[in-house]
Write a protein that binds this ligand. Structure first.
Ligand code: FAD
Length: 343
């Protein structure tokens, strides 16, 4: 192993022992070498990552990031890896994973207007624009590693409406903010207030909704490579039964239309201007198109599914073929929505 990895791991393990590992966590579960990424990605593809670091706290994210910089190591942050297509070759770098249940990074806190101190709730995070907070809104903070499903359920149980659309998206808060995830006519942009993030200089910054520049599957976080530590959302009081009925309705729709029985990354391509990717793929006669174990779903042409032991090479062949055929028929370049990480 290269010296810089040895030194990096020595220092990381020491800092983890001092600051992160407590009664709840075993250090060897948090810091792993040569961890197979296919164990973590929803599409079940991806080779070993040189180092895989799980970050249960905000401090853990910051110190891991700073050490990657210090030792000039490539790094990448992962949430639930539901939008990732990794090469089968080694990822020569450090994966910073926020996927850690029952931890600070996955915590969700609902501000209780009757008992919580407003300034204490928001003050410790230093959110700006406090004067702009709306009187009839209810505020919720969620760590970058919290699952959207947990978030939607928790706020739903408190009768807070607005997050129903997110309950069936299998991502984390960090991944969802970065991608401005959305479904059935709503998106993260509709409910977010601000984000506490780590910038490229390793400084913790607060970004307002405007500064996040959220657009279709885009954000400043993605563009600048920031890391989402925590996000603040504003939701409105609703009716608990209606909230859960809405979530059930959307989840039924998903199960009905989407091939959830197979590993995938969700939509393979972004929606092109003037049409829908799935419809164009379908009309190009590509449903069921298969290379090895990677296939365009028969049920929903927008999904590329792994029907067995699919690999990166076959997935890329399917993606390229679909792009060519759709381009021939519609003169449109389909852009992958899934993040492709190779070399
Ligand atoms: C069955 C299925 C259905 C899906 N349905 C939808 C849908 O309806 N709508 C939709 O929008 N998406 C959908 N997706 C795609 C995916 O779930 C979303 O894009 C989700 O927001 C990704 O979150 P994640 O935590 O899995 O991110 P990851 O896949 O782990 O990462 C995605 C990107 O976000 C970055 N990232 C992750 N965490 C952070 C962080 N804390 N800070 C900064 N960057 C971060 C990563 O570096 C990467 O660039 C679906 C996927 C599947 C498998």
């Amino acid at each position: 192993m290269e010296d810089r990895y040895i030194d990096f791991l020595d220092e990381l393990r020491k800092l983890y022992d001092e600051r992160i590992v407590g009664e709840s966590f075993d250090r060897d579960d948090l810091i792993k070498e040569n961890e197979l990424l296919r164990k973590h990605t929803t599409i079940k593809i991806g080779g070993p990552a040189r180092v895989f670091v799980v970050t249960p706290t905000y401090d853990a994210v910051v110190l891991t990031y700073k050490l990657c910089k210090k030792y000039s190591l490539r790094y990448m942050v992962l949430g639930n890896a539901s939008n990732m297509l990794f090469d089968d070759k080694e990822f020569d770098g450090v994966i910073i994973s926020t996927d850690c249940r029952d931890s600070e990074i996955s915590s969700i806190n609902i501000f209780d207007k009757d008992s919580d101190d407003f300034s204490e709730f928001f003050g410790k995070f230093g959110y700006k624009d406090l004067d702009d907070l709306e009187a009839d809104a209810f505020y919720v903070t969620a760590g970058g590693g919290a699952r959207l499903s947990a978030f939607a359920n928790k706020v739903g149980k408190k009768s807070l409406a607005g997050a129903e659309f997110s309950g069936g998206i299998p991502g984390s808060i960090g991944g969802a903010v970065t991608m401005n995830a959305g479904a059935y006519g709503s998106e993260i942009k509709d409910i977010i207030v601000s984000v506490r993030a780590l910038n490229e200089d390793g400084e913790v910054v607060i970004l307002s909704k405007d500064e996040l520049q959220l657009a279709y599957r885009k954000s400043v976080i993605q563009e600048k490579g920031y890391i989402v530590l925590e996000a603040l959302f504003a939701l409105k009081k609703g009716n608990q039964e209606e909230i859960f009925a809405k979530m059930r309705e959307l989840n039924d729709k998903r199960r009905d239309k989407q091939p959830l029985e197979y590993p995938s990354c969700g939509s393979t391509f972004k929606r092109p201007v003037g049409g829908f990717a799935a419809q164009m793929i379908d009309e190009s006669g590509l449903k069921g198109y298969r290379v090895g174990d990677m296939m365009i779903s028969e049920k929903h042409a927008g999904f590329m599914v792994n029907v067995g032991n699919g690999n990166f090479h076959d997935a890329m062949e399917v993606i390229k073929h679909v792009q060519e055929k759709v381009n021939e028929k519609f003169d449109i370049e389909l852009e992958p929505e899934v993040r492709i990480i190779s070399e």
